[in-house]
Design a protein around this ligand. Structure first.
Ligand code: NAD
Length: 501
């Protein structure tokens, strides 16, 4: 029997979602099997904002089995219905904009500006997914065998496991979950322990309200100490046909070793170079570089980690850049004028401070600094290091409000430095000559390069992803459609064949 879900009822955004202390499995909001909870902490105050249910390995197995059973009926629904559900989900997100922003500020320390961008990108991903269900097309191909017709059908994969990080949680979850469901798959989603609401449960409430049937989307939440066990239970299970993982290169590498023969997209760490050539418009380059380095406290996989500046403008650029960065408002993320808020947690802060200390010990100059402050002690003001490509803050992904400025002798040297990294996610080049910029961009070993723009960029219909240790696979538009579907060659022999003699 085919399920005929009803598309969501009228949206009442005045009634805010509540009850985030549960898992979401089989359309039920229920506690974890062991009845245990953990705290979801606000990085600005350090206080708990809601208890979060801890899933057991058995809960994960149940979520996977439920998703597998529900997918068969979901795949039979019409593309029009799946598109309509996605459009309704987009409308619900539109109506619940402020509600999401409030959660994002409190749960991950987003500034109001960052939370607004995240809401906008995620909403774009849902509307983009609405267009996908009609673009699942096949092909008819010729054959050298008389009487044969080759057909290639495209079909959903089955269960897609989505594991997401905490930094842009709604966006990085939605870019997988929305197309996966729109294309007729079901999903088991494991948001980060730092963002169970904005990376999972909030979206589940939106999709439930939009009419996604029970079992098509499951959300399993957990405590930090359970991440390995819950994550492994998902990735090593034979049920998911695809693992969509966004997070660190270390955890991604572990998944490739454990997951066995499964398709996967790994969107991993980055170490973006921002290259400023001597003919660049300095004001534009200073602003673009400062935004790249410090938007969301530098906690973006595409954040500018190294600022590579050509020698003739180096001193002038550094003076202007320091002046700009000094002027960035640092403080409470709920204040709409704040540009830099708290980092996510103590472990992350300690890691950033350790890299800064090692950078100083290596002989690099720490030209702009400041101690962590704020109610929870997690508010780190922007930090600027002048060093080389081996300086620890340049050689490693910092994931915090830190940039290392590196002098390049000329354009060729700038390109050499930009590519001297194991990563290859995003990058940027500033120049007064757009063609020169494009030729330079084509030589950068990365999945994404922006000419005369900041390095953190994402548009729902464009190919997003990395090269080298930054990962495998692409999100966005036709690229994610290919990732989340499979093809089946079916040949039709219209006339009898003679196999013998
Ligand atoms: P992380 O790798 O610590 O965690 C990511 C997710 O993996 C979380 O949900 C976590 O609970 C889960 N996890 C942990 N152990 C696991 C296991 N054994 N099996 C399965 N899942 C497991 O990363 P993070 O700290 O949340 O995010 C920061 C990192 O993510 C940075 O390196 C950043 O560059 C990267 N990132 C990449 C992109 C991208 O699109 N390429 C986007 C955002 C963040």
């Amino acid at each position: 029997m085919t399920t005929t879900p009803t598309v969501g009822s009228p949206i009442d955004a005045n009634v805010r979602y509540e009850g985030f202390d549960t898992l979401y499995v089989g359309g039920m909001w229920r506690s974890g099997g062991a009845g245990q909870y953990t705290d979801d902490l606000d990085p600005w105050t350090g206080h708990s904002i809601t208890p979060i249910a801890r899933a057991t390995v058995r809960d994960v197995q149940e979520a996977l089995e439920t998703a597998r059973d529900a997918q068969r009926d979901w795949a039979k629904t019409s593309p029009g219905l799946r598109a309509q559900v996605m459009r309704t989900a987009g409308d619900i997100l539109t109506a619940r904009k402020q509600e999401f922003i409030d959660w994002s500020v409190r749960e991950v320390g987003s500034t109001v500006g960052k939370a607004t961008v995240e809401w906008e990108v995620a909403r774009g991903e849902v509307y983009e997914a609405a267009s996908m269900s009609y673009h699942v097309t096949g092909q008819i191909l010729p054959s050298d065998i008389p009487g044969k017709e080759n057909r290639v059908y495209r079909a959903p994969l089955g269960v897609i496991a989505v594991i997401s990080p905490w930094n842009f949680p709604l966006n990085l979850t939605t870019r997988s979950v929305a197309p996966a469901i729109a294309l007729g798959n079901s999903v088991v989603l494991k948001p980060s322990e730092e963002s169970p609401v904005t990376g999972g449960l909030f979206l589940a409430k939106v999709f439930e309200e939009a009419g996604v049937p029970a079992g098509v989307l499951q959300v399993v939440t957990h405590a930090r100490e359970d991440a390995g066990a819950v994550g492994d239970a998902i990735t090593t299970s034979p049920i998911p046909r695809f693992i969509s993982f966004t997070g660190s290169t270390n955890v991604g590498r572990g998944i490739t070793r454990k997951a066995g023969i499964k398709r996967m997209a790994l969107e991993l760490g980055g170490n973006a170079p921002i290259v400023v050539l001597a003919d660049a418009d300095l004001d534009q380059a200073v602003d673009g570089a400062a935004f790249s380095a410090f938007h969301h406290q530098g906690q973006i996989c595409m954040s500018g980690n190294r600022l590579i500046v050509e020698a003739p403008i180096f001193d002038r650029f550094v003076d202007r850049f320091v002046e700009k960065v000094r002027s960035l408002p640092v403080g409470n993320p709920a204040d709409p004028s704040t540009f830099i808020g708290p980092v996510i947690n103590r472990r992350q802060l300690d890691g950033i401070l350790d890299k800064l200390e090692r950078a100083r010990q290596s002989g690099a100059k720490h030209i702009l600094g400041g101690e962590p402050t704020g109610p929870s002690g997690l508010l780190l003001p922007p930090q600027i290091i002048v060093g080389d490509n081996e300086t620890p803050t340049a050689a490693e992904e910092v994931f915090g409000p830190v940039i290392t400025i590196i002098r390049a002798e000329d354009e060729a040297d700038a390109l050499r430095i930009a590519n001297a990294t194991d990563y290859g996610l995003s990058s940027a080049v500033f120049t007064g000559d757009l063609d020169r910029g494009v030729v330079f961009a084509q030589q950068i070993e990365a999945g994404m390069t922006h000419v005369n723009d900041a390095s953190p960029e994402g548009e729902a219909h464009v190919a997003f992803g990395g090269e080298k240790d930054s990962g495998l696979g692409r999100f966005g538009g036709q690229w994610v459609l290919e990732e989340f579907t499979t093809v089946h060659w079916i040949s039709v022999q219209r006339t009898p064949r003679h196999y013998f003699g």
